[in-house]
Design a protein around this ligand. Sequence first.
Ligand SMILES: [Zn+2]
Length: 306
Amino acid sequence: MKLVYSDHYDLHLGNHVFPSTKYRLIKEKLLQEKVIQPEQLVEPAPATDDDVALVHDADYIWKLRHGKLSSVEVLRMEVPYSAELVQAVWLSAGGSILAGRLALEEGLGVNIGGGFHHAFPDHGEGFCVLNDVAIAIRRLQKDGLIERAMTVDCDVHQGNGTAAIFGGDETVYTISIHQENNYPYPKPPSNLDVNLHNGVQDTEYLTILEDTLDEALAEFHPQLIFYLAGADPYREDQLGGIKLTLQGLEHRDRIVFEKTRAKGIPVAVTFAGGYARHVADTVRIHSNTVKAAAEFAASVPGPAPQ
Ligand SMILES: [Zn+2]
């Protein structure tokens, strides 16, 4: 299994509820614990502006490139604008494109980053500037590598940008399992939205997840799934209000991998949010997702010999 990572994924947010150093901390933890070896890490190329334009409006791209966003637009992103931010989000989009390609080649690809599901074609919001998963899907479709894709968004916040981008597009099926009484408002409809009540715990959540995946995969047959493995459904999250334990989150990841393996569908993993009171918990949750992915990858048959 290969893992897509760049030291420049750091959004350089400083003292912010979004711990943007998490990508580096996750990579270091995975190496330290020997879950991965250094040679498994691959560096992404940034998405090209043509790739980004498959999803985002030319005017918005130009403003990002030239530092011309209005103060209102920057406030809406909820992250400070900087050259490092621009570099990070273009790289993250390139990383998700690469993770998607790796998934198609090897059954599974992991971007140690990405999942910026609140970004819309014409604006960023909720810490999300470019919708890397949407860009990756559009690029892979353009390259003729896939026709149909699915997003399985398990971040605690609804995937509003992704839902809006793919609304009415029969080639992409969007699933979002999220807390109803939480940002964003409004929530543009996904193909399948699961609105969870406050305080949902492991058993109920995991049953709902299994049922949701069964229902969606009976209805739609994707050639690739992007899994947004948000760490913020965790009970100690500062921006979430549902109550999964660390074990519950590990179980969640395994359900996603097992259900998709049963159908033979490649999976590209991205991380999305995570705002635990202790950053170490966020790092652990994301690292556990990679561990589960590694176990899954080890059990996936490789391409048939020629
Ligand atoms: Zn979130």
